[in-house]
Design a protein around this ligand. Structure first.
Ligand code: 4AD
Ligand code: MG
Length: 477
């Protein structure tokens, strides 16, 4: 906390920096305050004073500053303030006679820290397209929308940690660099210090013994396998960090670098897993609604009409649960025309998932018991031999938000599944050890942070809910 000291009637009074969020509250009227932030607009009144709209990121709304012509730098500086200039304002918070605000600040001094030439500062217009703002990743946090997204994203992260900490989970940290492909989809970024212009070879194969890690290494696609190690020792754990996928999909729901939270629980079967995931999602959405009510009103008004009601609905609804096989029957009998045909044994496409959650059930849907052939090796095989204990949670607009499963805890079945998917058991010896020594039924899931923020805010493109989106062809800044 910073303090400014100034003399008043011979006494030194400490003036605390006040946030714009606080200065806007009627309870702050009558207090002296120091505010620091960036100018959004300036309007000069004929009466010889100016109105400045100040924002410091602590709230969607600005606080109005009244700058009288008597201020010593009024003509030389204040009358030249434009959008983007940074200032420190000292003054008194007063009740405001104006509509739409409870308070305003009568400035006793305004110090300008930095100018923002209106000829070149790009954020002059009130509204810019999100495509344009993506080219200005360094400035877009100064806009209403991206400020609100950042606050909601923060509220989601706080809620994630609070939920798991209250439930007695341990936060653990799997490695970012790994040699194993958890999802088996071959969508990993390679990590190497080899000179790409002169790759060492033995015959036609790359000689990885000369590489930094002595073997092919990658950025992790998921911390699940390592989370299983800790769950099989400590009970209930979760990871929360960046994950990487080199899938070349230019969609509004995919990133090459995204954040995932992955709880993993010993002695949990699939139903326990579904119960936890449902409770977890509801908690996140109700926390966002209460922690970010102004931001959520903004999203409701400007970004997606009805998003607040949707979140309230999800927080209070019971998710629909049905097996994959029944979902296929519903889709086949729907009469809807899909671009991709629906066939048992094929992965559901986004259009199918959205049909189920948006049109058919009109609420979140948990699909479970997927065909074994389309799911990774670690999922527990059901007694029917054809399906595995997988579960995906689908929500309107976004589609899949959670993917998880009960894990295969039987050594023989797991070994068979690995052979089926041509995985080298030697590379996973430690994973198999977890089944050799004190194996337990266990389950977990992964929730994509950006998909949650997308759903909560109604933002159409996932690139606009992460500060610096990494997508094919873009890693600039
Ligand atoms: O369904 P996925 O691939 O599951 C796993 O990685 C498991 N190992 C999780 C586990 O059981 N511990 O991914 C989980 C979630 C998805 O449901 C989605 O929300 C998100 O991660 N996700 C992505 N988000 C943004 N961009 C991408 N490319 C994503 N891929 C997955
Ligand atoms: Mg998935």
């Amino acid at each position: 906390m910073e303090y400014a000291k100034f003399a008043m009637g011979g006494n030194i009074i400490a003036m605390q920096t006040m946030t714009v969020a606080r200065a806007r509250q009627s309870a702050s009227a009558g207090q002296s305050a120091r505010l620091q932030g960036w100018i959004r607009t300036r309007r000069d009144s004929k009466g010889g004073f100016s109105f400045l709209e100040l924002n410091d990121g602590t709230s969607l709304d600005n606080v109005q500053i009244i700058a009288d012509a008597q201020l010593p730098n009024y003509e030389s500086e204040i009358k030249h303030l434009t959008a983007g200039c940074s200032v420190t304002v000292e003054g008194d918070v007063k009740e405001s006679p104006a509509k739409g605000q409870e308070t305003e600040v009568q400035a006793s001094s305004i110090v300008v820290h930095g100018w923002a030439d209106p000829e070149t500062y790009p954020l002059q217009k009130k509204r810019h397209s999100f495509e344009f703002l993506r080219t200005l990743a360094h400035l877009r946090p100064r806009t209403n929308t991206f400020g609100a997204v950042a606050r909601v994203r923060n509220a989601v992260c706080r809620s994630i940690h609070q939920f798991f900490q209250e439930e007695g989970f341990l936060y653990i940290h799997p490695p970012i660099i790994t040699a194993s492909d958890c999802e088996g989809a071959g969508e990993m970024f390679k990590v190497t210090t080899l000179d790409l212009a002169r790759v060492p070879k033995t015959g036609s194969a790359v000689d990885f013994t000369q590489d930094f890690f002595d073997r092919p290494s990658y950025l992790t696609v998921s911390g699940q396998l390592e989370a299983e190690i800790f769950a099989c020792a400590l009970g209930k754990v979760y990871t929360f960090g960046p994950t990487f996928r080199a899938e070349n999909s230019n969609t509004s729901r995919h990133l090459a670098e995204f954040w995932m939270v992955e709880p993993e629980m010993a002695f949990f079967e699939l139903n326990d897993n579904m119960d936890l995931a449902e409770r977890f999602l509801k908690r996140i959405f109700s926390d966002v609604l209460s922690a970010c009510s102004d931001d959520m009103q903004f999203f409701d008004k400007r970004i997606e009409k009805g998003v607040v009601a949707t979140l309230e609905g999800v927080a209070n609804s019971q998710f629909e649960r049905l097996p994959y096989t029944e979902a296929v029957d519903i889709l086949k009998g729907s009469g809807a025309s899909f671009e991709y045909p629906v066939e048992w044994g094929h992965d559901l496409q986004a259009e199918h998932e959205r049909y189920l959650t948006e049109q058919h059930f009109k609420k979140p849907v948990i699909l479970f018991d997927y065909p074994r052939s389309i799911k990774p090796f670690y999922m527990r095989v059901n007694d029917d031999g054809r399906t595995v204990r997988a579960m995906d949670i689908l929500v309107p607009k976004v589609g899949e938000i959670v993917g998880g499963s009960q894990r295969e805890e039987r050594l023989d079945v797991l070994s068979e599944r690995m052979a089926e998917q041509q995985l080298d058991p030697d590379a996973y010896w430690w994973y198999l050890d977890l089944r050799r020594y004190g194996t337990v039924p266990h389950s977990g899931f992964g929730l994509g942070l950006e998909r949650v923020v997308q759903f909560a805010t109604g933002m159409a493109n996932i690139r606009d809910v992460i500060p610096f989106p990494r997508v094919p062809g873009n890693a600039d800044f």
